[in-house]
Design a protein around this ligand. Structure first.
Ligand code: ADP
Length: 158
């Protein structure tokens, strides 16, 4: 059974993240979405809210699970018996940071590989920060996020 971890902040989950998840499901038997707790970022949504939005967005999809984790990603992957980590690559600007993390994670645990997946072109300019910025100014983000996220964003920025 090939298990992969898809780690991130998911503040909030977008259609870009979902695109990566669908691709990962064609390559692995099981995808575990890992919400990182000890992040330097100051999330807009609480962990519970992010968890709920992800769960609603993936409702009905098989071979997928959502968990939160603290500490080192490779340790979490090890605990979950995962053989790989998925990261999304949108453009060259993602590369430098992702490359550094992938090599460091491999140094920490040789048995866990990082796999990069490219989303559909229409999501390459999409990120959670931009979505929050648009939503703050009441722009329509319904093309970019699942229905539940659209609703939650509207509630946040009433
Ligand atoms: P992190 O704080 O770890 O970057 P994010 O939730 O922002 O967490 O992103 C998690 C992963 O999803 C990262 O690998 C990121 O590159 C990827 N990702 C984010 N947005 C998109 C998108 N629109 N298309 C493809 N991958 C994406």
């Amino acid at each position: 059974m090939k298990i992969v971890i898809y780690p991130g902040t998911f503040d909030p989950i977008t259609n870009g993240h979902l695109d990566i998840i669908y691709r990962a499901l064609t390559l692995f038997d099981k995808v575990i979405i890992g919400i990182l707790l000890n992040t330097n970022k100051k999330p807009l949504f609480t962990t519970e809210e992010r968890l709920e939005m992800i769960e609603k967005s993936i409702e009905g999809i098989k071979n997928i699970e959502v968990k939160t984790f603290d500490g080192l990603l490779v340790n979490f992957a090890d605990e979950m018996k995962a053989s790989a980590i998925i990261r999304g690559l949108r453009q060259v600007s993602d590369f430098e940071y992702e490359f550094q993390m992938a090599l460091m994670n491999r140094k920490l645990n040789e048995n866990i590989s990082t796999v990069f997946l490219m989303p559909n072109e229409k999501y390459t300019y999409l990120n959670s920060s931009l979505i929050k910025e648009l939503a703050r100014f009441k722009a329509d983000v319904s093309d970019f996020v699942p229905e539940i996220v659209n609703r939650k964003l509207k509630e946040k920025f009433l």
